[in-house]
Design a protein around this ligand. Structure first.
Ligand SMILES: Cc1ncc(COP(=O)(O)O)c(C=O)c1O
Length: 279
């Protein structure tokens, strides 16, 4: 074990949050209706919805922020190849995509019965999917850590935690103070209540969404982790541990939500602990 970590143990759990978020959004109640959702041009969520649509024979519409750029980038080309219909929304309207006006315009264009999934897929059904994660951890632990974009994954994990365990999210956006309210709103929407077993750390955004620093770049290169979400969380956990922020002996499950880490990464990982779950 890295002696600088204050006897904190970190277990890595490979777990893509996208299928969890979609699981209850793709239920039989969807019927023949199409799923419409939003994302940036490189959105993991757009890719996941397009793939799920293809797998389950569900029509999907991706509303992409900004203008169309041809040729399509690999994410959008893949989405289109999965059968997703791509459409574009100017940045001003995109910011207002959750408002009744913009949603009415989208329904007018794409059909009144289209099912609208929010950006990042975070809604009540997504929380129910993510709430199943803690129940699948077989080992003993104290804290589950995850990266935070829209807050849906953290909100769901928190809702599914056994008594006495805690969830700690690491915001990848700058100025993400609003996310605490989002987590509460999502929990209320899904369960009619909130939990106080979670927190969001705002200190490891490294300049904002998809931004980096030389220090984070070195970390990503050394451990070969996904850079937008996972690296920020892992960096944050290690840094906090080194500064004694966790009680000695704390057992942390770090959820690797992006692509799985490669073998060399785990071999070079500076903290002790087996991988306790893998896909
Ligand atoms: C790899 C990865 N990790 C974490 C997140 C953050 O999840 P959430 O938006 O539920 O906070 C996302 C976004 O969907 C993601 O793509």
């Amino acid at each position: 074990m890295d002696p600088g970590l204050g006897r904190v143990r970190v277990f890595l759990m490979h777990d893509d949050n996208k299928p969890r978020k979609l699981k209850y959004n793709l239920g039989p109640e969807l019927g023949e209706r199409r799923l419409l959702t939003f994302g940036g041009a490189y959105s993991n969520h757009i890719r996941a919805v397009a793939e799920a649509g293809r797998r389950h024979g569900i029509g999907t519409i991706g509303v992409i922020r900004g203008e169309e750029h041809l040729p399509l980038n690999p994410v959008l080309a893949h989405a289109a190849a999965c059968g997703m219909t791509l459409t574009y929304l100017d940045r001003g309207s995109y910011r207002l995509k959750h408002t009744p006006e913009v949603q009415a315009r989208l329904r007018e264009r794409w059909g009144a019965d289209v099912v609208i999934l929010p950006e990042g897929g975070s809604n009540a059904a997504a929380l129910r999917g993510c709430a199943e994660l803690p129940g699948e951890i077989s080992g003993a632990y104290d804290v589950i850590c995850c990266p935070v974009g829209t807050g849906g994954t953290l909100a769901g994990i928190s809702a599914g935690l056994p008594e006495g365990r805690r969830a700690l999210g690491f915001a990848v956006l700058k100025g993400a103070g609003f996310l605490a309210g989002e987590v509460e709103r999502l929990q209320r929407e899904a369960y009619g209540r909130t939990w106080s077993n979670w927190a969001i750390n705002l200190d490891y955004h490294f300049g904002g969404y998809a931004r980096s620093t030389p220090d984070l770049d070195r970390f990503i290169a050394k451990f070969r982790v996904e850079g937008v979400y996972v690296a920020k969380m892992l960096y944050g956990i290690l840094d906090l541990a080194r500064h004694g922020a966790f009680t000695p002996g704390t057992r942390i499950v770090a959820v690797i939500t992006g692509q799985p880490l490669g073998g060399p990464v785990i071999a070079g990982w500076p903290v002790s602990g087996p991988v306790i779950a893998s896909p």
